[in-house]
Design a protein around this ligand. Sequence first.
Ligand code: AMP
Length: 420
Amino acid sequence: MGERVRSVKGMRDLLPPETAVWAAVEETARRVFGTYGYGEIRTPLVEPTELFVRGVGEATDIVGKEMYTFEDRKGRALTLRPESTAPVARAFVQHGLGDRGLPVKLYYCGPQFRYERPQRGRYRQFSQIGAELIGDPGPASDVEVILMLVRFLQALDFEGVTVLLNTVGDDTSRAAYRAALVDFLAPHAGALGDDSRRRLGTNPLRILDTKVPAEREILLHAPALDGYLTADSRAHFDAVQEGLSAAGVDFAVEPRLVRGLDYYSRTVFEIVVEGLGAQDAVVGGGRYDGLIGELGGPEMPAIGFAIGEDRLLEALPESFRASHQPGAPVHLAAAGSVEPGALLGLAESMRAAGLAVVAELGGRSVKAALKRADKAGARWVVLVGDDEQAAGEVTLRDLEAGEQQRLARSAAIAAIKESS
Ligand code: AMP
């Protein structure tokens, strides 16, 4: 016997019935995002490596150490997408999607790849549902995007949704703050870990994200970005907060929230939900006014978010899960000398009536069929023996009630439909 082949570390199979819940979550996203005028975009899983180096930024963890990068047969550097904002921005530029009017509203749903240490809720292939609003610089768009996200989470029955909000300012604010932060941290460089010391030279704002207690201690006295905002950035941030309050969205300003990627400007946010650790945000998002210009397109403001679908599913309220599990199919079995093949026609007419049907085509005993139906959690079993066959009837067995009756085929179908 050959050795078993297993799935790649950090990449998992999603199996039924859980996949039905995934599909329901995605269907809900399509429906809710559709009501805000978003259309679906599907970009390739593979992009030129350069897209992420330029778009996400060389100094980020993603580009620095997490990408699945390889050469194709012609030596082109390709990467499995680690996120989808840069691919959407690329597609926007490549197809001139803004030519027919702005803003352009797009959502996506699909796998992303990052070479991270696998752990609970963290995988090397994971799924994100995200949306991007491209072409409007105003704070009302920030509010609408966050509102759409909250409505989506509410449609999944989440309560206790908290939006953590911050601003990272515009380029001018950030340059001034970066210099002040480096000045403050430089004398403490010896007390920083390797990662943070490296970031001091490459991406000092990311140090604010640190989980290392000793570094957090030092940061308690660090200057806050707030003090370096331009008047324009501050006004934008104030307007976003006012808009969210007016819309009744719960949010908390989190001054240390900076988000990992290089491309953010002004508004950044994360969402935490009950049921996951506070460090496990299910959503990250923000404004990225410089990205599209960076990728060779026009200067174009944009804002978006990405929901971690795997984590979302882990925290999904039981009420949503329960109402979107498919019911067990009706089991259909032949008895006596009736050939299993004779079940095919009846099964088709039941399916045409909208029922989910598993026909026992393996020709096993009625007892075995009943056992299988019970194991599958089915309520109804339809038996066709010689008598029933001759009369155009069936025996309908209700496993829940422990009763059975002879009925015409159409009456049996109607009885099952009535019960569901
Ligand atoms: P990011 O694209 O890094 O802003 O992440 C957005 C969201 O995607 C996070 O809040 C997580 O919920 C999710 N996410 C990021 N990386 C992973 C991963 N390796 N496995 C599962 N979910 C992830």
